[in-house]
Design a binder for this molecule. Structure first.
Ligand SMILES: NC(=O)c1ccc[n+]([C@@H]2O[C@H](COP(=O)([O-])OP(=O)(O)OC[C@H]3O[C@@H](n4cnc5c(N)ncnc54)[C@H](OP(=O)(O)O)[C@@H]3O)[C@@H](O)[C@H]2O)c1
Length: 226
C-alpha cells in the first residue's frame, strides 16, 4: 500500500469523497487547477479525519500537472465535458501510469435529463481517455458509487465497484485500492470497452435516488465466490 494516489479535480464532490476514504491507507495528492484550492481541500480532509480520530497517511494539495507527476495512480475526477482539455496537456506526466477514469457522460451537460447519457464516439469516457493517453494504463472504476455516500465517513460504503481495463496488473492494483475502502468490493469486469455498460448503470441509480429520495443508491453483484 506504499503508493501515492493523485486525484485530479479532487476539490470536487467525488474526488473529495474518494480522498476521505483512501487517505487511511494511501498518501493522497489533491489536484486542482489552483494550488491554493487544492491545499485548502487537503487541509479540510485532514481536519475531518482528525476530528473523527481516523488515522491517515499524508494528504497534500498540488496543481494538476504536479499531482500527475507525483502520483503513482492518478484518478481523473473531472466533469466529462472538461476531461479532454485537462488530459491532453498531461500526456508526458501520465506516461506509463495507471490512470483511473471515473467519469459518467451524463446528458445533463447539454441540458437533457440526468437519467440519460451521451456516450462519446469512442464508446465510453474510459475509452476516450485511453485514446488520448495512449501511453497510460487506463482503468475504469467508481462510476456507480455516489459522492454523498463516500463523504459519510462514519458508515461503510455499501457498493461493489466494477473494474474494467486492458492491463491486468493495473486492474489488480486498482482492485487493491478499491478493496481498502470499507464496504467496497472491486470486481474485475473485463476489458476497458466494458466500461460503456458500467457508465450506463449510473443513470439508473440517479433515477432511483430521485424516485425513492435516496442519498445514493449503489450496486451489488450476487453469486460471486471471491
Ligand atoms: N458526484 C458523484 O456522485 C459522482 C458519482 C460517480 C462518478 N462521478 C464522476 O466523477 C467526476 C467528478 O464529479 P464531481 O461531481 O466531483 O464533479 P465536480 O464537483 O463538478 O468537479 C470536480 C472538479 O473538476 C474541476 N473542474 C471543473 N471545471 C473544470 C474545467 N473547466 N477544467 C478542468 N477542471 C475542471 C474542479 O476542480 P478545480 O476547480 O479545483 O480545478 C472541480 O472541483 C465526474 O466525471 C463524474 O461523472 C461523480
Amino acid at each position: 500500500m506504499n503508493m501515492k494516489i493523485a486525484i485530479l479535480g479532487g476539490t470536487g464532490e467525488q474526488g473529495f469523497g474518494l480522498a476521505l476514504r483512501l487517505a487511511k491507507n494511501y498518501e493522497i495528492i489533491i489536484g486542482s487547477r489552483s494550488r491554493e484550492k487544492a491545499e485548502e481541500s487537503a487541509e479540510r480532509i485532514k481536519k475531518i479525519l482528525s476530528s473523527k480520530k481516523i488515522s491517515y497517511r499524508n494528504v497534500i494539495g498540488m496543481e494538476n500537472r504536479e499531482a500527475s507527476r507525483e502520483g503513482d495512480i492518478v484518478i481523473l475526477s473531472i466533469p466529462y465535458q472538461h476531461t479532454i482539455s485537462t488530459i491532453k496537456n498531461l500526456r508526458e506526466e501520465l506516461k506509463g501510469k495507471i490512470v483511473v477514469s471515473i467519469g459518467v457522460p451524463l446528458a445533463g451537460i447539454i441540458g437533457d435529463k440526468p437519467t440519460r447519457v451521451i456516450l462519446p464516439p469512442e464508446g465510453s469516457v474510459a475509452e476516450m481517455v485511453q485514446q488520448y493517453l495512449k501511453d497510460s494504463k487506463v482503468v475504469s472504476a467508481f462510476q456507480n458509487v455516489s459522492a454523498k455516500v463516500l463523504e459519510c465517513i462514519d458508515e461503510p460504503v455499501d457498493c461493489d465497484i466494477l473494474i474494467c481495463g486492458d492491463n491486468e496488473e493495473a486492474k489488480r492494483k486498482v482492485i487493491e485500492v478499491v478493496n481498502s475502502i470499507e464496504g467496497c468490493k472491486g470486481i474485475d469486469c473485463g476489458e476497458l470497452e466494458m466500461s460503456r455498460y458500467v457508465e450506463q448503470i449510473t443513470p439508473i441509480l440517479i433515477g432511483l435516488n430521485i424516485k425513492y429520495k435516496l442519498k445514493g443508491s449503489g450496486i451489488r453483484i450476487t453469486g460471486l465466490r471471491m
